[in-house]
Design a protein around this ligand. Structure first.
Ligand code: SF4
Length: 363
């Protein structure tokens, strides 16, 4: 193994003409960064892609999400291209060929989609192979040996995906067989421990990297529960509907009508921003109050009264027998008097995974 690298990897700042090129899936996390540095150290030019979706960060190594995916690329001198998976990703969330994980996460299909996109980029840029930061056995769904084989087969990339961190415990890839990459300088990491990666990071002088994260929002039981419930009522939600699922408490008032109640000031503001002025908003004047947004069609008077009771329940006026709630509906403003919702009303309308269910479906 070579010594510490604290600037652009040697040789890469110079001309890349005639050099072998690879495309890397890059999350900004530890594993994908190490995979890239391991290959760059052999004088190979790397072009990285960071994928994004509506449910969180990229997942190129499924180990972490970085707030600044460019930090290591700047330090070590490799290019990063951003690519949003947008509607293609939504489709696999709805109908994953290989099913969901414990929650709504379609990890196998997700990796297949990313590699398909990377394959196109590889062909466009004349790269010889693809690198990922996957570590055999690190994740239950998509990083088992058979899962890696299926992913390579489904993408038509058999032999073209190099996993430098686990290469020595996987079959040699074409790049290794053709001598483009020296297998001896790759690694045989496996399992869930991250100690070998941390030691390698020290060797490379990679001092700042995010802690491992559990995956995108689709691995969260409650977010997944809300999303499944949303698809049951609306097969084609708008983008803001996905964003709203991250915020507040959600209540199903009718087949096409929901209330979202903010939990703090920051959420209140975000809920209002996401509403874009549409929907019906409620709050309790002169008291600390959540913003409550009613979204959907066919909103009845009864729905507004229920939403007002919920709004009052989560306001500082919850101890009063009767609370005046201000309603803004298409520019029309008025007040209604309601009794704050009791536990039974909340239980009836709340869209939330029950504790026992949540425990049974931890990712
Ligand atoms: S957790 Fe699974 S579905 Fe979500 S981004 Fe990562 S690989 Fe894709």
């Amino acid at each position: 193994m070579s010594g510490q690298v604290s600037g652009p990897i040697e040789g890469l700042a110079s001309s890349t003409a005639g050099r072998t090129r690879a495309v890397a899936l890059y999350s900004g996390g530890l594993d994908s960064t190490l995979a890239i540095l391991t290959v760059m150290r052999q004088g190979i030019e790397v072009k990285a892609i960071t994928f994004m979706n509506h449910f969180g960060c990229d997942i190129s190594d499924r180990s972490s999400c970085s707030k600044d995916p460019f930090a290591a690329s700047v330090k070590f001198g490799f290019e990063v291209k951003l690519c949003h998976l947008s509607e293609k990703f939504i489709e696999i969330v709805k109908n994953p060929k290989f099913g969901h994980g414990r929650n709504m996460n379609p990890c196998m299909d997700c990796r297949i989609l990313m590699l398909q996109e990377a394959k196109e980029f590889m062909e466009m840029t004349g790269a010889a192979f693809i690198i990922t930061g996957e570590v055999l056995g690190q994740r239950p769904m998509s990083q088992r040996r058979d899962a890696l084989d299926i992913i390579d087969r489904e993408t038509g990339l058999r032999g073209r995906v190099l996993r430098p961190l686990s290469a020595k415990i996987l079959k040699p890839t074409l790049a290794e067989e053709q001598g483009l990459v020296d297998r001896e300088q790759l690694y045989g990491f496996g399992g869930r421990t991250r100690k070998p990666q941390m030691a390698l990071a020290r060797e490379f002088g990679l001092t700042e990297y995010p802690s491992p994260a559990g995956g995108c929002l689709l691995t969260e039981p409650n977010y997944s529960y809300r999303l499944r419930e949303l698809f049951q009522h609306d097969p084609s939600p708008a983008l803001n509907d996905y964003h709203l699922l991250r915020l507040g408490r959600h209540f199903r008032l009718g087949l096409s009508c929901k209330a979202v109640v903010g939990r703090d000031e920051a959420e209140n503001e975000m809920i209002l921003n996401l509403s874009g002025g549409a929907g019906i908003s409620l709050h309790v004047p002169d008291h600390g109050s959540p913003v409550t947004l009613i979204i959907g069609q066919s909103v009845t008077e009864a729905d507004i009264v229920t939403a007002a009771a919920l709004c009052a329940r989560y306001s500082d006026a919850r101890g009063l027998d009767s609370v005046a709630v201000a309603v803004t509906d298409n520019g029309r403003q008025y007040r209604i008097e309601v009794r704050p919702a009791d536990a039974a009303l909340i239980e009836e309308f709340l869209i939330e995974k029950k504790k026992a269910q949540a425990a049974a479906t931890l990712y």
